[in-house]
Design a binder for this molecule. Structure first.
Ligand code: FAD
Length: 476
């Protein structure tokens, strides 16, 4: 029995905890019925699961915190869950992170040390998926992507070996784990990363009338690309249901690592570039990094409250609805006509929950060579894309088709600007050529690493290296 061989917990379909244990961040996957979910507590537990799955002919699905847009961390086989391998230690010059550690817990654990790490802009994403796919955050322009700061990783391989990889040990595996995508080469149980030195920062949030959206989008992109590395920022176009007075609105928010006066001046320059004033502009007090990031990611919720609903008794973090999405990376700011085309695809007249989201990258991330790590996108300036949602976890065929069509139109709108795709923000529709789009000239080396470390394609999902071409979202 697998259950008896684990230090952690095995949840089977008949167990009362099963409905919660099988959840991902997105409610769409609540209908997937895994054979079992193994909450591993040690690397040995992970190895036991790998061996058990092999011996029983079961598929495995590697799961950190379940934020895969396309459901790659679940399926009908054995879900190997890393969420309890989440220790965060910062005693020496590096930080050791259990692969299941979530961004908000890392921020909190590192607060007393005054040291931090590169995280994303959502509180509950885990290190496992974030770092193996690359790792974009508001600190990226100043400190690179998360995986640029990886020093080593401990990995359970398909043959059951537990290895440490670094620049000197298993260097090809180490290279592939920095951007080659999760759930592909092995199961990481621990990362060692270089911390960032950013003791203080300032958060900000501005809202703009939708009427100014074209000028604001173009101006914001130019402002970010030409701005200092100290500025980390996102832009989202929100539908009327979330805007003041029921009208769509553009939100620009983020953090600044320099003095707050610099941020205020910089925001004035954004207004000048856009030829418009925000309807609201809030610049927070300069504060400790962990506090400012917590406020930006969790608002007034405590650390425990900010976790995903159901994962602890006080957790209130929201889950995401049934979604279709289309994302690309772009290498330069959009011109106003291009921004107008991007907003046309968002379609201001549509009465449906949907977003146009953009995160500024570039800066230090682009001062690393394209082949130095598996993350190839060293010319990208923006991650940009669209999401459309239905609150019904199982929408009618008609609704699902409408959402898919909308996302397809957005794919077409992004195409003229695109320089590649980020494996951690996959589009719902997987097109021919996705591997080259995600990995560029690093693809052949990634295929070789896959062949060397997992020749039987034991670790696989719809967009793992070397797998078959899928056509759409697929969890198994
Ligand atoms: C709301 C939201 C906001 C996001 N914001 C950002 C952002 O700001 N920046 C950014 O870069 N990304 C962001 N992402 C994308 C996120 O980084 C990826 O979805 C990431 O893969 C999620 O990791 P996870 O472990 O939470 O998810 P999971 O679904 O558990 O895992 C994702 C993938 O990684 C694999 N994996 C997980 N853990 C391991 C492990 N330990 N070893 C090997 N493989 C593993 C899984 O098999 C799966 O293929 C966001 C996603 C969402 C849903």
């Amino acid at each position: 029995m697998l259950r008896e061989r684990l230090r952690g917990e095995l949840v089977l379909p008949a167990d009362p905890g099963y409905p919660l244990a099988r959840q991902l961040q997105n409610t769409e996957y609540d209908t997937v019925t895994p054979h079992a979910i193994a909450y591993c507590e040690t690397p040995q537990d992970v190895r036991t699961c790998v061996r058990h799955a092999k011996d029983s002919g079961l598929r495995v699905h590697v799961r950190g915190a379940g934020h895969s847009f396309n459901g790659w961390s679940t399926g009908e086989g054995l879900v190997i869950d890393l969420s309890r391998i989440n220790r965060i230690e910062a005693g020496g010059p590096t930080v050791h992170l259990g692969a299941g550690a979530q961004s908000l817990d890392a921020l909190d654990a590192l607060r007393p040390q005054g040291r931090q790490i590169v995280t994303g802009t959502f509180p509950t994403v885990s290190a496992g998926g974030f770092l193996t796919g690359g790792g974009i955050g508001w600190q990226t322009r100043r400190f690179g992507i998360g995986s640029d700061r990886m020093v080593s990783a401990r990995v359970v391989l398909a043959d059951g070996r537990i290895v440490r990889c670094s620049a000197d040990e298993e260097p090809d595996l180490f290279w592939a784990l920095r951007g080659g995508g999760g759930g592909t080469f092995g199961i990481v149980t621990e990362f060692e990363v270089r911390p960032i030195h950013a003791p203080m920062m300032t958060g900000f949030e501005t809202l703009w009338e939708y009427e100014d959206a074209v000028a604001v989008l173009a101006a914001w992109q130019a402002w970010c690309a030409e701005g200092p590395d100290e500025l980390g920022s996102s832009l989202v176009v929100l539908p009327g249901m979330f805007g003041p007075a029921g009208k769509p609105v553009v939100k620009i928010w983020g953090v600044h690592l320099g003095p707050s006066g610099e941020l205020a001046e910089s925001l004035d320059q954004l207004s000048e570039r856009a030829g418009a004033k925000p309807v609201s502009r809030v610049v927070g007090p300069r504060g400790r990094y962990a506090d400012v990031m917590h406020e930006a990611l969790c608002g007034s919720k405590t650390v425990q409250q900010c976790h995903r609903t159901g994962t602890n008794p006080v957790a209130q973090g929201h889950r995401h609805p049934y979604t279709r999405q289309s994302y690309r990376l772009t290498g330069r700011p959009a011109t106003e006509p291009e921004a107008a085309a991007l907003l046309d695809a968002w379609d201001p007249a549509l009465d449906q929950e949907r977003y146009l989201l953009c995160i500024a990258v570039g800066g230090a991330a682009n001062r690393v060579g394209r082949t130095e790590t598996a993350y190839v996108h060293r010319d990208a300036q923006f991650l940009i894309g669209y999401q459309i949602a239905s609150r019904d976890p199982e929408p009618s065929a008609e609704t699902a088709a409408a959402l898919t069509t909308w996302a397809g139109n957005c794919t077409a709108a992004l195409a003229p600007l695109a320089s590649g795709s980020y494996i951690n923000f996959p589009s719902s529709h997987v097109s021919e050529g996705w591997e080259a789009d995600c990995f560029g000239e690093n693809l052949s080396r990634l295929r070789q690493v896959k062949q060397d470390y997992d020749p039987g394609d034991f670790f696989r999902h719809a967009q793992s290296i070397g797998g078959r071409l899928p056509t759409t979202k697929a969890g198994s």
